[in-house]
Design a binder for this molecule. Structure first.
Ligand SMILES: [Zn+2]
Length: 103
């Protein structure tokens, strides 16, 4: 009895039209629509802001430079402080975890 009730719940879950929230592995941005993906490719794990114009993912250095610039612009801090903050942010993201462990 318990088992079939569980099976019913699972089936209901699968019926839900809402997709599980997916976020960019490189910057944490929510990936909700096709236009959030590089070239509209929903099989990618990263967003269009983390991709090159050809759809490939940016490197750690490229993303770090972009994030550092963004933080400098938004927070008005100097480059060194912005870069340190960017490194910390990136350390929590799936795309860069491995890299941080290696360092
Ligand atoms: Zn991203």
């Amino acid at each position: 009895m318990r088992r079939s009730a569980y099976g019913y719940l699972r089936a209901k879950e699968a019926d839900l039209p809402i997709k599980k929230a997916k976020t960019c592995i490189a910057c944490g941005l929510p990936l909700e629509r096709a236009e959030d993906y590089p070239l509209g490719d929903e099989t990618k794990k990263y967003c269009k802001y983390c991709a090159h114009p050809d759809g490939t993912m940016q490197s750690y250095e490229e993303k770090l430079a972009a994030m550092t610039q963004f933080i400098q612009d938004v927070q008005g801090v100097d480059e060194a402080a912005a870069q340190e903050f960017a490194r910390k942010l990136m350390a929590d993201l799936p795309a860069w975890r491995k890299r941080v462990e290696v360092e």
